[in-house]
Design a protein around this ligand. Structure first.
Ligand code: ZN
Length: 220
């Protein structure tokens, strides 16, 4: 890329004005070129996304095109081959199929606070638990999850009404494991609370269930 001498001079003038210093003239020119490349890349990305949005007007359900290493916004995997684009963003074909077949409900896109669904990783994160523990509960059928061909799983709240009890049970096991690691030293509730986020999550679930019951019984 070659910028005109006027452009370099202008770049130098603005840099001076903002107090940005360069080692020498070569450094200044290199920095100017990097900046132009960055702006060009961002601009291209912007125009591309605008193009997709325009095309959605003709294909409101979405469309696919060659991904060339873009990421699925849902499972985050890098996609080679075709990728799907619609109003919910870019998705790999495995995730897209899960939405098409209604295996994954559309509300997962708007349910940002995880009031209706959660991913196994987020649940593990929330409880400060090893991800394997949650996946173990799923494998043993204690927690019901839905899995797309991409490998992405989601847990729907309405399919897991007893998730509180499942977590209660898991906490007992977690306590035993942690105590064993601590050379059989008994852990107090307070210590356990610091080691896992279970209690906070359980309290939340309990409160929510109480609220729900109250709403169901009290006439509105
Ligand atoms: Zn995906």
């Amino acid at each position: 890329m070659k910028l005109s001498e006027e452009s370099y001079a202008e770049f130098k003038r603005i840099s001076d004005e903002q107090g940005i210093k360069y080692k020498d003239d070569v450094d200044m020119r290199n920095q100017a070129n990097s900046l132009v490349r960055l702006v060009k890349t961002l601009q291209e990305g912007h125009f591309e996304r605008e193009g997709w949005k325009q095309r959605l007007k003709d294909d409101p359900k979405g469309f696919s095109f060659e991904s060339k290493g873009r990421n699925c916004s849902f499972c985050k995997q890098t996609v080679w081959g075709d990728i799907w684009y619609d109003k919910n963003g870019l998705k790999c074909l495995g995730c897209q199929e899960a939405f098409d077949t209604k295996l994954f409900p559309q509300y997962v896109f708007t349910d940002k606070k995880n009031e209706k669904h959660i991913t196994p990783d987020s649940l593990a994160d929330l409880c400060k638990l090893p991800t394997q523990t949650i996946h173990g509960l799923i494998r043993r059928g204690k927690i019901k999850a839905r899995s797309a061909k991409s490998g992405k799983s989601i847990i729907l709240k309405r399919e897991n009404p007893n998730v509180g009890e499942v977590l209660h049970e898991a906490i007992k096991k977690r306590r035993l494991t942690l105590e064993k690691k601590n050379r059989d030293k008994k852990l107090t509730d307070e210590e356990l609370k610091n080691l896992t986020g279970y209690f906070d999550t359980l309290i939340q679930i309990d409160q929510e269930q109480k609220r729900k019951k109250k709403n169901e019984t009290s006439p509105s």
